[in-house]
Design a protein around this ligand. Structure first.
Ligand SMILES: *Cc1c(COP(=O)(O)O)cnc(C)c1O
Length: 385
């Protein structure tokens, strides 16, 4: 057994990021300014030239995406029950109605066929979530977009560096939000970005992200700036800061290396877990998995023990874990507000009942990954039927 506790997640930040943050503080320009612009350019370059607006979070990006797309009261937005609360909350914040459709059994992503079946005359958008870093079936969703004239708003919180048929998530021609929260593949502490295909909409999103002002602080307070501004809309305070952007620039420099590390560790875990009564996470053909998560599933019909017992037993063996996700329709608020009930989305429920997210982050060693696999094997072996 491990001598020390292996945390479920640790951000890959160190002296590089500390130095960049310190430099930014010393420059005295600590809110949105030149570094945020540089970060947007660097991220855009990473995404093959996609238009990018840096924001305070992925949630802010999804919220502004829906608003800028003109989605509001009376409109329906289809999404998955297998996601974080933010995806559904933003639909409610713009006054629209969230509609859930069940997931694909293999990837945990919104099933495009079930999403199509949920389309009504009120449907204005579909929000796929690229679960764990496995891209949603964007060919199918873009076909729905073109056939039904609905928008696709992609929740890419797990999917910076995900790709399908060589195309990165963020380049499928849709509004796509990324998260740079502490646990995500690239972190700025808190932060996010929105890919906006249409130039006019990007301008509007920039304005909405900063109180609705016609120009930002850098334009007003730098030497060539002017004091005047006009309020164009009742906006939000959703901008990124230069302290965050300074971290983001350093993180982008090492993103490819971090992704290689995630891929190698995921492979190591999968080899260590082979042969157990589990479903290993895999990528469909042509897919580049970002390995944000390692969602292991138990074959419960072959085991005398369940997911919660596994989590406790791993904790006793000094291994931290998590669960992604408690289905949206299990939460009390959505049940009382939307009338959703347990039993409504059986695939999401089966995925959840069997799922445990194992530690997977670049700072782990192969020996850490081997410890995780050995601990899972140690716990499951006596449970075999
Ligand atoms: C983390 C996460 C979000 C929210 O990201 P923030 O940057 O914290 O707003 C949204 N959706 C999913 C699926 C997430 O995992």
């Amino acid at each position: 057994m491990r001598e020390t506790f292996l945390p479920y997640n640790l951000p890959e930040v160190g002296d590089d990021e500390a130095e960049a943050v310190l430099q930014t503080i010393r420059s005295r320009w600590i809110t949105r300014g030149p570094l945020t612009g540089q970060f947007e350019e660097a991220l855009s370059e990473y995404l093959g030239g996609a238009r990018v607006v840096a924001l305070s979070s992925c949630t802010a990006g999804l919220h502004l995406a829906l608003l800028a797309a003109g989605i509001g009261p009376g409109d329906e937005v289809i999404t998955t029950p297998y996601t974080f609360a933010a995806s559904v909350n933003v639909i409610m914040h713009v006054g629209a109605t969230p509609v859930l459709a069940d997931i694909e059994e293999d990837t945990g992503n919104l099933d495009p066929n079930l999403a199509e079946a949920a389309i009504t005359s009120r449907t204005r958008a579909i929000m796929p979530v690229h679960f764990a870093g496995h891209p949603a079936d964007m060919e199918a969703f873009n076909e729905l977009r073109d056939r039904y004239g609905v928008r696709i708003v992609e929740d890419g919180a797990h999917a910076l560096a995900s790709a399908s048929q060589g195309r990165k998530v963020g380049t499928f021609g849709n509004l796509t939000a990324f998260s740079f929260y502490a646990t995500k593949n690239l972190t700025t502490g808190e932060g996010g970005a929105l890919v906006v295909p249409e130039a006019e909409m990007a301008d509007r999103i920039r304005v909405l992200s900063l109180h609705g002002l016609s120009q930002n602080a850098w334009n007003r307070y730098s030497q060539k700036g002017s004091w005047h501004y006009d309020v164009k809309a009742p906006g939000f305070k959703f901008n990124m800061t230069d302290i965050e952007a300074a971290m983001g620039l350093r993180q982008l420099n090492k993103l490819d290396a971090m992704q290689n590390r995630r891929t190698a560790l995921a492979d190591r875990l999968s080899r260590g877990l082979a042969g157990l009564p589990v479903v290993l996470p895999t990528a469909r053909p042509g897919v580049s998995h970002a390995w944000h998560l390692y969602p292991l599933r138990l074959r419960l019909d072959q085991l005398d023990g369940d997911r919660s017992q596994l989590i406790e037993a791993l904790q006793d063996r000094n291994i931290g874990t998590s669960v992604h996700f408690i289905p949206i329709h299990f939460h009390s608020y959505y049940q009382s507000r939307m009338g959703w009930k347990r039993g409504q989305f059986p695939r999401a429920e089966a995925f959840f009942e069997a799922e445990v997210s194992l530690p997977l982050y670049p700072a782990m060693s192969f020996s850490d990954a081997d410890d995780v696999a050995a601990a899972v094997r140690d716990v499951l072996t006596p449970w075999l039927r």
